[in-house]
Unconditional design. Sequence first.
Length: 119
Amino acid sequence: MLVVEDNIEVGRFATQILEDLGYRTTWVVNAEEALEKLGSDGSGFDVVFSDVVMPGMGGLEMAKLLQRRLPALPVVLTSGYSHVLAQEGVTKFELLHKPYSADQLGRTLSHIVRQRPPD
């Protein structure tokens, strides 16, 4: 799982929860680094879990790019700024509102992983 989160505390929290839930994680601090890690085929990653509001390219912009480039790779977005999400019309991606609990994150990702078609 690729975690994209610019806030150090939130990034640590998210990766710890995910590892406790049994996911292998790679954490990057911005969308540009995420795109570099994913490369042209996204191999090694089952899901991208990304903050929406980040410096540079935002999570929604990255998610839309990934949807075109790697349509089979699910993207879960998270944000504490519901007004930003409303303005952007986030409907094509799974969304988790901050603050989220370990249980909420686990349920959301379990649902996404089950829906993903086999490689």
